[in-house]
Ligand binder design. Structure first.
Ligand SMILES: Nc1ncnc2c1ncn2[C@@H]1O[C@H](COP(=O)(O)OP(=O)(O)OP(=O)(O)O)[C@@H](O)[C@H]1O
Ligand SMILES: [Mg+2]
Length: 445
């Protein structure tokens, strides 16, 4: 992409309404525009990152054997009356009446809809286990939408639902989700710690929230410092292996890590004092096992091997896809702007032409652009007629992890400059070498 042809409405001023850094940078970098309270348009740059995050979620869900589908945003109130949640959900549910006076709602979550799909088609234990998921917009009429995409009213969420014959099988599905979530967040450059959570209005007793540590997080968290040394890394896991998934669960959840809702002073006191940490965190996902709560209420049964009808054991598992943009920026920025981890960056590399119109500089930039494109990488080429300072400021703000600076002086010596956004370190090298270096970094992801 050439910046002169892109739509990147960068703001010079810091918008007054933005209280936290991720919100400020998302507005300033032209990623989002508020449409109404807690509802945003995703401008091209923001949309690109949203898609990257979404793709990682899809890849990791499917790696775990979970099946993608798509359910609508608008749902019928009748299904929610069956589960009893139409009245229980309260004012966070956006209720809508259609022209035939039918009660509808904009889905805040999808347990009812998916359970209805399941009971319509699945009859036998032989069709289990089954995990279906989708990534779809949700609406919750939050009393205080704030912090930009972090607490929106309309937000993008991956929600997955497992259906299993027994509690044991459903707990394996739970563990599978935990493993896949660890991989998912690490690919986005995040450490998200599974913390024992409160089951709240969805009910059930087995649940973890995944929290990214950040000062601006809305949850207070208590954890054993040893937990931040854990890394999932690139280990190979057989998602069908009960033992392997259970082992990961034990490794990542055996140390104390809880939110304020489940914090227990007596257990906390057993953690060695020098390892106790109290901090704040952003919830980027949650996994739940809730047994037969919905299958009982809605009659989602299958025939077991003995020929009896039994309710299926279920769980639901969410990832806050749109919130993740905010969480990643909270975890990765400096006073100049965003620093995207390579896994989610909107463009792989920025090319800055120090002297637009100079024949050699223009040709060298174009050659770099073509090389990256041929390799399947996406460069953002700042080909505007602007001063170098302005170009650097824009690149720093939008946070591409790598920048190549091209100018007539360097070209005389056959070199360009490759700069890391994270460390600020620059290195001069021939253009082909810069391409190779950047390509190798992305190939290793
Ligand atoms: N209002 C929101 N705006 C953006 N993302 C959200 C919002 N509410 C929930 N999410 C994201 O969706 C994920 C799954 O939804 P879940 O039902 O667990 O949310 P929740 O526990 O009600 O969230 P919270 O406690 O932050 O209100 C959450 O972990 C979070 O990352
Ligand atoms: Mg939650």
């Amino acid at each position: 992409m050439r910046l002169s042809r892109y739509f990147l409405p960068v703001l010079k001023e810091t918008p007054a309404e933005a209280q936290i850094v991720s919100h400020r940078y998302m507005l300033r970098a032209g990623m989002i525009k508020q449409a109404s309270a807690g509802i945003y348009s995703w401008l091209p740059l923001g949309f690109k990152v949203l898609r990257k995050i979404e793709n990682i979620v899809h890849e990791e869900q499917q790696r775990a054997g979970h099946i993608p589908m798509l359910m609508p945003t608008l749902q019928s109130a009748d299904l929610w009356r069956e589960s009893g949640r139409y009245d229980a959900y309260g004012p966070e549910m956006l209720r809508i009446r259609d022209r035939h006076d039918r009660d509808m709602l904009y889905g805040p979550t999808n347990e009812e809809l998916i359970t209805d799909i399941f009971r319509s088609y699945v009859r036998s234990y032989k069709d289990l286990p089954l995990t279906l998921y989708h990534i779809q917009w949700k609406f919750r009429d939050e009393i205080r939408p704030r912090f930009g995409v972090m607490r929106g009213r309309e937000f993008y969420m991956k929600d997955g639902y497992n259906f299993d014959l027994t509690k044991e099988d459903a707990l394996h599905a739970y563990n599978r989700h935990l493993v896949s979530y660890l991989r998912t967040y690490e690919r986005m450059g995040l450490q998200a710690i599974p913390m024992r959570a409160d089951s709240g209005p969805i009910g059930g007793d087995n649940t973890h929230e995944f929290l990214v540590l950040a000062e601006t997080g809305e949850s207070e968290v208590f954890y054993d410092s040893q937990i931040t040394d854990l890394k999932f890394g690139d280990r190979q896991i057989d998602y069908d292996s009960v033992d392997q998934c259970q082992a990961v669960l034990e490794e990542f959840t055996s140390r104390y890590a809880r939110t304020d809702e489940t914090h227990d002073e007596a257990v906390w006191a057993e953690v060695p004092e020098d390892r106790r940490r109290v901090a704040r965190g952003i919830e980027v996902g949650q996994i739940f096992y809730f047994g037969t709560k919905y299958s009982d209420a809605m009659g989602a049964t299958v025939q077991n091997a003995e020929g009896e009808q039994v309710p299926v054991h279920m769980g639901s598992h969410g990832i806050g896809v749109s919130r993740l943009l905010g969480a990643i920026i909270e975890a990765s920025h400096d006073d100049k702007g965003i620093i995207w981890p390579e896994g989610v960056t909107p463009f792989h590399v920025g090319i800055v032409n120090l002297k637009q119109g100079d024949e050699e500089a223009d040709a060298a930039c174009q050659a770099l652009y073509d090389s990256f494109t041929t390799l399947g990488l996406e460069p953002l080429y700042d080909d505007r007629n602007e001063r170098a300072g302005g170009k650097f400021a824009t690149m720093d703000l939008i946070g591409l992890p790598w920048r190549i600076t091209v100018g007539p002086r360097g070209l005389k010596n056959g070199v360009v400059e490759l700069t890391s956004r994270r460390t600020g370190e620059s290195e001069e090298m021939p253009p082909e070498e810069a391409v190779k270096k950047v390509a190798a970094i992305y190939a290793a992801l």
